[in-house]
Design a protein around this ligand. Sequence first.
Ligand SMILES: Cc1cc2nc3c(=O)[nH]c(=O)nc-3n(C[C@H](O)[C@H](O)[C@H](O)COP(=O)(O)O)c2cc1C
Length: 208
Amino acid sequence: MIENNFETILKGRRSVRNYDPAVKISKEEMSEMLAEATLAPSSVNLQPWRFVVVESDEAKATLKPLIRFNTLQNETSSAMVLIFGDMQCYERAEEIYGQAVAEGKMPEEVKDKQLESIVPHYKGMSPEKMNDIVKIDGSLAAMQLMLVARGHGYDTNPIGGFEEDQLAKAFGLDESRYVPVMIVSIGKALEGGYESVRLPVDKITEWK
Ligand SMILES: Cc1cc2nc3c(=O)[nH]c(=O)nc-3n(C[C@H](O)[C@H](O)[C@H](O)COP(=O)(O)O)c2cc1C
């Protein structure tokens, strides 16, 4: 069942670490959630996020030694979604902008003009800058995935505690190209998450 009340989705989200291990999310529904998550914005729409859905026992066993203290999420979740950022995301610029033209969402001249500046700019970018961009964009997709999952009746936990330098290689990705952004565990909550607090807006905001 899809929950459409935004306040329920937003205020009901908590990091959930213990899930019902009997609940599996179908590939169809997971694909739907990922498609919804990728409606997130990204820098010049290059959509640098890439996902690895870790759901089989075998893949979870591969992940286990790489996730430090986060083993309960791995053992009980329907899936651990590994989110990577593609440091060569500009390789897909033609495909993305071409699709926009084909769907009548962008005039051909606009595409040509934009690609002429975007592609060389991105190709010439320092690895540090590109790393920042793909991590910002990947994090937006991660946040959206967490809210989308709530809409689908599931819970999540964003996970940053993992062996960053080993994750890509362990799952067969080129580690010089794909940088890990975050892992998001997804499943049906067995135990609700802890309530957490937030700093008040007046302590974290300056008005100029
Ligand atoms: C980037 C990031 C990394 C995190 N890493 C972990 C983690 O490794 N393990 C974990 O149990 N929770 C992790 N968390 C969850 C936070 O502890 C949690 O979001 C925070 O305490 C607020 O609670 P809430 O998510 O229930 O609102 C992470 C959250 C973020 C945003």
